[in-house]
Every structure is written in structure tokens, then in C-alpha cells.
Write a protein of this length. Structure first.
Length: 146
């Protein structure tokens, strides 16, 4: 029973959003490379943000928390994602380095840029497939009575 619940949760959290985005993009005729980039960058943003915000929290092994040996309290911030240790004097010190934050912001930027690229690609495809309208001038008809 527990396995069924875990499987159902994984389906609802991962498979349904991914398949919904995939189907909507297919219907809108978004190019495959844009769709793949959007999905990969989107999930990378989610996981990097989760990792950054939960890094100071003691999970299964409390001694692995960066705040464990220094008698500090772990504090999480969800957006922008970061984790801190609150020391006895009240000072907050981050436990995440600049590289991890750069990864998050790069993935978030790509996630935002991909829908913009999809709109531009779609507009270009529509322009290319639309028939060109040329104005034809008909030869002048002779005047009556002239």
C-alpha cells in the first residue's frame, strides 16, 4: 500500500505536469528543442531551488547539517532559495556557495526565456507558411466610346 502511495505521488508531482506541458506544446506546434530545453531547465530550477533552500536542514543524518557542530539553528528561505545558520549572536550566515546560486539563476533564466523563444519561433513559422499576397494590376480596359 505504501508503494502505491509513493507511486501515485510521483505520478502527480512529476509525470502529470511534464505530460501536460508536453501536450500543450505539441498542440501549439512548439519546436522540439524549445520544449526539451524548457522541461529540462524547469525541473533543474525546481530541484536546484529545493536543494539550496534545504541544505542547512538536518535530514536523515543531523550530523551532516552545516549548522550541527557550531550550535546554530538552520533557517530556510524559499525565494530566492538559500539556507542559513542562525548563530547565538543572531547573525545569519549562508551555507550555499555562489556556484550553486548561479546554477539556480541560470536555470530559472532559461526557463523564462524558453516560452519567449517559443512565441518567436511560432510567429516565424506562421509567417513562413502564410501565402504571400501580391497585388496584381490588371491591364486597363479600353474606354467605351473612345
Amino acid at each position: 500500500m505504501k508503494g502505491l502511495i509513493v507511486l501515485s505521488a510521483a505520478f502527480v508531482v512529476f509525470v502529470m505536469p511534464t505530460s501536460l506541458v508536453w501536450l500543450l506544446a505539441r498542440r501549439a506546434r512548439v519546436p522540439d528543442w524549445i520544449l526539451a530545453g524548457f522541461l529540462l531547465a524547469g525541473w533543474l530550477t525546481v530541484f536546484a531551488g529545493w536543494f539550496l533552500s534545504q541544505r542547512a536542514q538536518p535530514g536523515l543524518f543531523p550530523e551532516t547539517s552545516p549548522c550541527h557542530g557550531i550550535r546554530a539553528t538552520p533557517v530556510s528561505q524559499y525565494f530566492p532559495p538559500d539556507a542559513f545558520c542562525r548563530h547565538a549572536d543572531g547573525e545569519l550566515r549562508t551555507v550555499n556557495g555562489p556556484d550553486a546560486k548561479l546554477l539556480f539563476w541560470a536555470a530559472a533564466g532559461i526557463t523564462v526565456a524558453m516560452p519567449i523563444a517559443a512565441v518567436r519561433a511560432r510567429r516565424q513559422a506562421v509567417r513562413r507558411s502564410a501565402p504571400t499576397v501580391t497585388s496584381r494590376k490588371t491591364p486597363a480596359e479600353p474606354r467605351k466610346g473612345a
